[in-house]
Structures are given as structure tokens and as C-alpha cells.
Design a protein around this ligand. Sequence first.
Ligand SMILES: NC(=O)c1ccc[n+]([C@@H]2O[C@H](COP(=O)([O-])OP(=O)(O)OC[C@H]3O[C@@H](n4cnc5c(N)ncnc54)[C@H](O)[C@@H]3O)[C@@H](O)[C@H]2O)c1
Length: 388
Amino acid sequence: MSFPVIGIIGSGTMGSGIAQVAATFNHKVILYDSNIESLKKGIQLIENSLNRFVEKNKLTDNEYKSILNNILIADSIADLKNSDLILEAIIEDEDSKKKLYSKIEEIVSPNAVLASNTSSFSIEKLSSNLKIKNRFLGMHFFNPPVLMELVEIIFTSETDKNITDKVKELILSWKKIPVIVKDTSGFLVNRIARSFYLEALKILEEKIADIETVDWAMKKFGNFKMGPFELMDLIGIDVNFSVTESVYKSFNNNARFRPSGLQKKMVQNNLLGKKTGIGFYDYKNPEIKKTDFNNIDLGNKIFTRIISMLVNEAYFALQEKIATYNDIELAMQKGANYPKGLLNWGKEIGYKNIINILNNLETKNKDDRYKVCPLILELEKTENKNDS
Ligand SMILES: NC(=O)c1ccc[n+]([C@@H]2O[C@H](COP(=O)([O-])OP(=O)(O)OC[C@H]3O[C@@H](n4cnc5c(N)ncnc54)[C@H](O)[C@@H]3O)[C@@H](O)[C@H]2O)c1
């Protein structure tokens, strides 16, 4: 087994889930958190989750015990010195992460790999002061780690290729789906998914449809499991907004990622979604609103607009060689539960149709966010040539 001993730092939502996965696949896990209460809570989360598997007869009592026995609690970072891989899942704060890495660097063995579960920071930047840059990479799990199959493995210009390969093997051995992603803002899933939220917000701001109708259209015509507004409410409007802001900043204020003013106001007014009881929907006083659920033309218009933006972004990622064609397809299906891969979906809809939809939006709104990805234009030309 590669990486027999795995150290995990941070026992919150993500760290405890990843610890459970590693322990389930027979690694010795050493779990550390600077806050003893969080550590207790993390272990409790693992026990609750394992209990649910036992109740569903997916685990025996003995397996339950042996998984828990695989998890050891560390009193200090020094206890992680024999780890083959250390995965950091502490709060999303750049300084805290960097300070932690320099402490880890002092104690780890010469071959140990260090990985971060960050959702938004550049892996290259996080490792800029480290001596062990070649053994540093991103391992981006999705929430909840026990159930979500996708893991984005993010390499930098310094990461050893054989380390990326070994981590990929490890993820496969955990019956999960690894995709290899270049170190760019939002990596793959969080970057491409921006269009799902931002275009829905734009439609709402332009008063083309209400939230219920937009959510209905994406589920009815696109087979998405959740609509964009339901999903933003679940993720947390503040979390969703801050990811957009960070991607927008990293892409030098590219219009495609421009944050929504409406969403900003909601954050300022503490309308954060399910966790505060009110976001786009009111969870305290749920009401059935009269909507345009029978308006097939409107539903189609909403769906084609949002899907065209998603397809466009997926092609930008392909053009920029952020990941392979297959990995881009897998990432959105397994990391964001999309019903189909976006690149093939674009082919199905037809490049010409995508171009027309985006061109019309650009003319109407005089907004650069609708600029068609050059790769789509090129592919459409080739397709045209082959047809004639
Ligand atoms: N929650 C998600 O949906 C999600 C998804 C993917 C990635 N992430 C990333 O995973 C990381 C953890 O997120 P989370 O949601 O589990 O957070 P969380 O707040 O649930 O847990 C963070 C834990 O880190 C501990 N901690 C803070 N500073 C520490 C330090 N210096 N040393 C040791 N422990 C420390 C805290 O006590 C807490 O238990 C973040 O980088 C986040 O961006 C989160």
C-alpha cells in the first residue's frame, strides 16, 4: 500500500470526512486539530457517519471497530512525523496555512508528501516558501468527502510528476475519481460552475424570470438535480459569493466571473440561505408561489442561456489546457453532479447554436462576458468545412 500512514490536520467537515475515507481503506490515520473541541466533534462526526453505514448493513460491527481503530488522535504536530502523506484541511486562511506548513516541514520524513485541501488558494503560492515544493500538491475533495467521488489533484510547476501519479493511484485505491488539474483559480469544478450561478443571477436581475422559474427550467430542460438558486441557498450565499470574488480577482476581473450586486447585498443583509433560514427562498415561511412553470418557451430560453455559458467556460478550460477533455467531462459530473459532461453537451447542442446564443446576448447586453471561446469558433469552422 502506498502512503500507509496518513496525517490529517484540521478535523472539521472536510478533515474528519477524509480521515474516515483513509481509515476505511486501512491506512493508519493520525488526526490533529489545534482545537480540542473540534477534534472531539470530528471524531463524533466520523462515528455518526459510520453508524449510518452499519444501520444500512453496508458495514459490519467489526469493520466499524477496525476503521475507528485506524484513527489515532495527535496531541501535537510532532506526532505526525512518521506520516507518508500529510493532508492539511484547516480553515481557509492563507497565513495560517503557510505558518502550519513551515512547522510541518521541520518534522516530516524526507520522502513525505504534503497536500492541501484548499478550495481557493493557489497551490504554487501556498508552497512558495517551502523547501519541499516538489513534494507539495493540492488534493481537493468535495463535500461530503465520504460520499463525493471526485478529487481534483492540483500540481504546480514544481510538483514531481511521480508524486502526482502516486497520489492519483491512492485516490483510485479509495474508489474515488481523480482528475489532474493545473494550478489555476477555482481549479476545474468551482471555476466552470460559476456560470451556473452567475447567469442565473443575471436572468433574475434582468427580471426575465423569478427564482422558482429559473430553478424549474434547469431541472426540467437540463435534468440538473437542483436549480442554481436552491443550490446557492444550500452552499451558503456568502461562501458562493466569496468563491466568485476570488475567481474574478485571479482572472484579472474578467467579465465572465463578475460577481453579482444582488448577491453582495444578500451577504450584507445576512440572507445566507438555508443556514440563516432565508436566502433566495424563505425556509421559515415556505410558500408555493405562482410561477411560469407552463411557459415552455421561457423555460427553454433560460436553460439554453445558462447551458451555453457553462459550455463556453468548459471550452475555455480545455483551450487553456487546465485538464484533459475526459477529466473536464468527469469533473463536472462527479464533482458537481451535472447530468452530462459539458464538452459533449456543447457538441450535442451544436457549436453554431452556442455561438448564436452568445452572440445575441453580447449584442443585446453589450457585455464581454458573452465572448465566445475561440476554441468553439475554431471547432465550428472545422465542422462546417467537413460538412461542405
Ligand atoms: N466545506 C467545504 O465544502 C469544502 C469543500 C472543499 C474544500 N474545503 C476546504 O477544506 C478546508 C477545511 O474546510 P472545512 O469546511 O472542513 O472547515 P471547518 O471550519 O469545518 O474545519 C476547519 C478545522 O481546522 C481547525 N484549525 C484551524 N486552524 C488550525 C491550525 N492552525 N492547526 C490545526 N487545526 C486548525 C479548526 O479547529 C477546525 O476544526 C478549507 O481549506 C476549505 O476551503 C472545504
